[in-house]
Design a protein around this ligand. Structure first.
Ligand SMILES: [Zn+2]
Length: 268
């Protein structure tokens, strides 16, 4: 006959054994794999993205509008100036003085004296000694306080981090490197038509800037260099497009405008 009185005791014993086993397991597992708080992964990718507006070939008609709009919008910009355009007239010298007079916002950088012997690109790049002297002469006239230069009509780069030069311009780039220049090109261009007026709408340019930054298609991640030309914006209807484009970019709170002296990886 079954001892029914023993059943509750058996249940109690089984429960106790389960309790002991659970307690043992907890202690054991605590000793082997202590529970740790997992620290969040460090943030390595800043949300901030830097935009470098650059205007080439001035001082020219259009430069005044570029200066005024950047001052109104309070955005930094780099003017790659052609020393011949600066030195040939009081018009050029006065515009140069306006840019040089606002060092908080503006940087004057070297875009050569003659802009490739006034557009003779093949001869210019085949005569690298003369073209180097053309840049050195421009530096003396423009009194640039930096070592940033851009080649006429060519998207070459030569910084500590970026090396990019076609066979045509490589001899000049090497010589510029040896005397301490950084050669800085661009990530995107606001192109102009045969009449020298901007081809694309400001909305399209701002969207292109957004996408290049978003898709990491710039030379340096989170840094975007935009090439424009002063003369594109000489008509008020076109300078309004420049203001519109800048306004669209400013809507993004993560965008900051910088002079090219802040670009990463420049040789000192
Ligand atoms: Zn140019």
């Amino acid at each position: 006959m079954a001892n029914f009185a023993a059943i509750p005791r058996l249940i109690n014993m089984i429960g106790y054994l389960i309790y002991i086993a659970a307690h043992f397991f907890t202690q054991f597992s605590a000793a082997v794999a202590p529970i740790q708080k997992i620290a969040p992964a460090p943030v390595v990718d800043s949300l901030t993205k830097y935009i470098y507006l650059s205007f080439d070939d001035g001082p020219l008609p259009g430069t005044r509008n570029c200066i005024t709009i950047c001052e109104q919008e309070q955005v930094a910009a780099t003017f790659f100036e052609v020393a011949f355009h600066q030195s040939r007239s009081s018009f050029g010298k006065n515009l140069y003085k306006r840019i040089a007079g606002n060092p908080k916002l503006f940087l004057i950088a070297n875009h050569s004296y003659s802009h490739a012997f006034y557009g003779d690109y093949l001869n210019y790049y085949h005569q690298s000694d003369s073209s180097l002297e053309d840049f050195l002469k421009a530096g003396r006239i423009l009194q640039t306080n930096n070592n940033i230069a851009r080649l006429p009509g060519n998207n070459a780069w030569n910084t500590s981090n970026i090396k990019r030069a076609s066979g045509l311009v490589r001899p000049l780039v090497k010589k510029m490197d040896s005397v301490g220049f950084n050669v800085v090109g661009w990530d995107m261009e606001w192109r102009f038509n045969k009449s020298g007026r901007p081809i694309d709408a400001p909305e399209k340019i701002a969207a292109l800037a957004d996408s290049l930054l978003l898709l990491n298609k710039t030379k340096t991640k989170n840094h975007l260099v935009i090439l424009m030309h002063d003369h594109e914006f000489r008509a008020s209807v076109d300078s309004a497009k420049l203001a519109r484009m800048i306004g669209l970019l400013k809507r993004n709170p993560n965008y900051q405008f910088r002079k090219l002296t802040s670009y990463p990886g420049l040789k000192k």
